[in-house]
Design a protein around this ligand. Structure first.
Ligand code: UDP
Ligand code: MG
Length: 344
């Protein structure tokens, strides 16, 4: 392994991507082959397809791809753990056998041709290369505005994100080794990577529409992703509640003084309405405060358990022999067939 001809691994998380996976594998192997021919990367470079507990034909397609292409490997997680953890699983596996790793979504929204620029930047000495969308025209107006609002508010509360960067990036081996020291269960990779430091740069590309299949991030998942992003990186919401509490306390002192004066001057009357209003108001605020604190306690609860982020079912990356074992299953009939043909 050397800096000159680095071993590159392209990690692709796949969740129910049967419609698009064939085309993705074709484009990625082609790119990889071209880079090898141009002597930009080592011939040991590969593509690692991580199956995140798909329910469709994704895994079977991955197994077929590992047979058809020498440079394709597969990793099957035992169940669906979500985009971030699936990606992490791939990165953690890939880092030991690579000089640099590129992560890319399976749906071909990210520009495959930018991979070449990523590698060039790595060869220039950058440890992290962020793929940044130059425009969001292909996203729906709703996704565009919500995403923009998300980046802005994250910035406001002090979470340093690379603007318009998703998870299309290159990381060097040492950057990945540092990343793997972060032991948190609630993974928000695009928040952690800028925290690593190292020399980094950005490469702009045009984000395309999903090649085929549907988004795996419906609104509910997007919201929970944003919420995870905020609460696993910032205590700003807690601070805000404390600030609000202090403000209310001061208002209380002023109103208390006013009420006392009214009483002393004999002007006090039965203020049922104002009493009820303030009880509801303060009660509501207290509940919000407790709720937010509860959120953090919940997170502490999740983190202290230190649960593993994923479990590997089948690993066709580090251990190729497993292919043999699993080819005996009915699902993998094509492999058996293939092996038989190879023997004959
Ligand atoms: N993905 C995954 N596990 C999940 C959901 C998504 O591995 O539980 C993968 C998915 O296959 C794709 C990437 O994460 O490669 C991004 O998902 P998607 O394209 O659906 O998100 P969007 O681009 O719509 O935000
Ligand atoms: Mg997508």
């Amino acid at each position: 392994m050397s800096k000159l001809h680095p071993v590159l691994t392209i990690v692709v998380p796949c969740f129910n991507e049967q419609e698009v996976l064939g085309e993705t594998t074709r484009q990625l192997t082609e790119t990889l082959q071209q880079l090898m021919t141009d002597h930009l990367i080592s011939s040991k470079s590969s593509i690692l397809l991580v199956d995140d507990g798909s329910k469709d034909q994704t895994w079977n397609m991955i197994v077929k791809a590992t047979i058809n292409h020498r440079s394709v490997a597969g990793l099957k997680l035992a169940r669906n753990v979500g985009h971030q953890s699936a990606l992490y699983a791939g990165l953690e596996k890939a880092k030991d056998r690579s000089d640099c790793v590129i992560s890319i979504d399976a749906d071909l929204q990210d520009d495959v041709s930018a991979i070449r620029t990523f590698v060039a930047k790595y060869l220039d000495g950058y440890d992290i290369v962020y793929g940044v969308r130059s425009d969001r025209q292909t996203d729906t107006a709703f996704k565009r505005t919500t995403a923009q609002a998300f980046y802005r508010s994250m910035q406001k509360i002090g979470i340093n994100l690379v603007y318009n960067h998703a998870d299309f990036r290159l990381m060097s081996k040492r950057a990945l080794e540092e990343l793997c020291k972060y032991k948190e269960t609630n993974l928000f990779l695009r928040g952690i990577v800028p925290l690593l430091g190292f020399k980094s740069t950005e490469v702009a590309y045009t984000r395309k529409e999903r090649h085929a299949g549907n988004t795996k991030y419906p609104l509910k998942r997007m919201l929970s992703f944003a919420f995870d992003g905020v609460t696993s990186f910032s205590i700003a919401p807690i601070r805000f509640i404390s600030f609000l509490g202090m403000l209310l306390f001061m208002c209380g002192v002023v109103t208390g003084g006013y009420a006392l004066m009214q009483k002393l001057t004999g002007n006090a009357n039965a203020g049922w309405t104002s009493l009820m209003v303030s009880i509801w108001f303060i009660g509501g605020l207290q509940l919000i405060g407790i709720g937010i604190i509860g959120e953090y306690i919940g997170r502490v609860f999740l983190e202290v358990k230190g649960r593993p982020k994923y479990a590997v079912d089948i690993d066709l990356y580090t251990n190729n022999d497993l292919l043999e074992k699993h080819s005996s299953q009915r699902d993998f009939q094509p492999i058996k067939e293939q092996k038989r043909l190879q023997r004959e």
